[in-house]
Design a protein around this ligand. Sequence first.
Ligand code: ST9
Length: 613
Amino acid sequence: MGHYKSNLRDIEFNLFELLDRARIFGTQPYPDLDLDTAKFILREVDRLAREDLAESFEEADRNPPVYDPQTRTVKVTPAFAATYKTWMEAEWWRLRVLPELGGTAAPSSLNWALAELVQGANPALWTYVGIPTAARVIYRHGTERDKRIAQIAVDNHWGATMLLTEPDAGSDVGAGRTKATPNDDGTWNIYGVKRFITAGEHDLADNILHMVLARPVGVEGAGGPGTKGLSLFLVPKYHFDLETGELTGERNGAFATNVEKKMGMNVSTTCEMTLGEDIPARGWLLGETHDGIAQMFDVIEDARMMVGSKAIATLSSGYLNALEYAKQRVQGADLAQMSDKAAPRVTITHHPDIRRSLLTQKAYAEGLRSLILYTAAWQDEVAIRTAAGEDASLAEAVNDLLLPIVKGYGSERSWVLLGTESLQTFGGSGYLREYPIEQYVRDAKIDTVYEGTTAIQSQDLFFRKVVRDRGRALNHVLGEVKALAGEPSADLGVEHELLGRAVADIEAIVEKMTADFAAARDEAERIYQVGLNATRFLYALGDVVVAWLLLRSAHIALRALESDPHSADEQFYRGKVAAARFFAREVLPAVTAQREAALRVDNFVMELDEAAF
Ligand code: ST9
């Protein structure tokens, strides 16, 4: 048996019972994908993930890619190369490719459900299959020439990367110094060093298309300071014929000059890329417009979703591995017989703290899955409304609001719980390489860091998704939460009350942060108080949205149990109710504590002399 334990039943519950996705298949803009086919794909990818894609998980970790500084090339271990080939040949990745480029239009919700299965089985695999996203962004923003490049890249299964980060420009992308100068033939030469570039060099694909942020020099109206002065260039590893797509055999000047040694995600190459050092690095300006950061954010939004999806995929498998272990591991007597030294030993699932831990893992894993698929359902809504020529602005705003929660809150909760609960359930064995959990913990830590750290997600959430949006999306979501909290419920009355209180807590935190933000106009230092509360707000809002989704799920489960109390799904539904009840009772009261802490925030932390730290 492989390491990966998927939860297809819960994925289907979310898609078809909670989010009512069945109704969107076979209709615009997904006319070619009916519901039966979608369900078949889910089952097929689930099987493929568990039986095939998971196979190289451990070997690829123990045998990281080998970098040769002479040739500046990388060889990926054959076991992982075989996994990559299996996924590419299965062709399911084409569900993410635009129909204009030969793909099949599929709802985001289906695609992110599939992403969970793939990333749960082999978390690094997705980082090598960036081309559907890259091609979509290139097609959307590009000229006819760029659209052709996107087509060539898809047809030839090229790799794709995003080159933002530099040694002195991490979170602060606008500090980037990579430069671009125009050539007479319409191409550009790029010069600079990029760092932490995922899949920057490897031997899995014939070519790699780098999406590079660089600052044009000597060009009127472009190249100013900060992110707004950056433009986006398409820079291939190998030159190719724009007509036929065939590689010319000529190497372009974008080379990996180092591959990092890391804590986890070992098979995913993290490269230093040097451009234009010994031979020119030539590329094209995407869309012939100097709008690089906005274009790149089209990629980043997808990648942030990807990171959240990877994190929860790992947490879910971590939980299910821990559950299996706990059901078999005999240790200690039942607590109720603790004074009887001769009492029979029991499996650890009998112990209260293990039950607390397992339900914590279950509630978060399932709640975070709901959060991701709920977000994806808003992405479906954007596509459906746009195709119908209707206003999609609310759907866009809600998706934007949820993205930093998916990425920031999702990755933090997953990484922490994998360490404190999933690994802990195994006791000392969790620390051993014999079980997959230690690798899960190592592989998951990066999720809180790359694609914008948690601090960046918190700031994005408050400044951009709440303040700049004037609270429209937040009020919409909180309005839905309040509506459920206000409904009387015989079964979940206490939980509704707790949810109602937690929404009020969120509103109080937002009020305090908004007041500080407004006061900062006259008193600049007041903005520090917003900064001090930003991560707290991200986590608290995440907990409230997850509690709401779990409670909605619990109501569906209660209705199902009422209509057929002894169905094959009885325990599944009872588990849904238990997860919601547990989460509301255990987690939501902590939101009240966060409110108290948030309201007390002043500037003393900022005024402390550095020497006192
Ligand atoms: C990385 C790689 O970490 C991780 C690898 C993951 C695996 C990837 C897969 C393999 C690669 C494949 C590549 C291709 C395909 C990808 C497929 C993925 C599956 N929403 O607030 P301002 C824009 S990479 C939308 O003033 P500052 C907007 O245009 C490194 N747009 O910011 C805005 O203008 P306006 C990851 C946004 O103060 C403009 O930016 N690095 C958003 O200038 C300026 O905004 C990071 O993620 C948004 N949320 O700059 C960087 N925010 O306002 C983290 C901004 O007019 N740092 N824009 O609309 C940040 O995000 C900073 O906040 C900052 C600040 C750079 C934006």
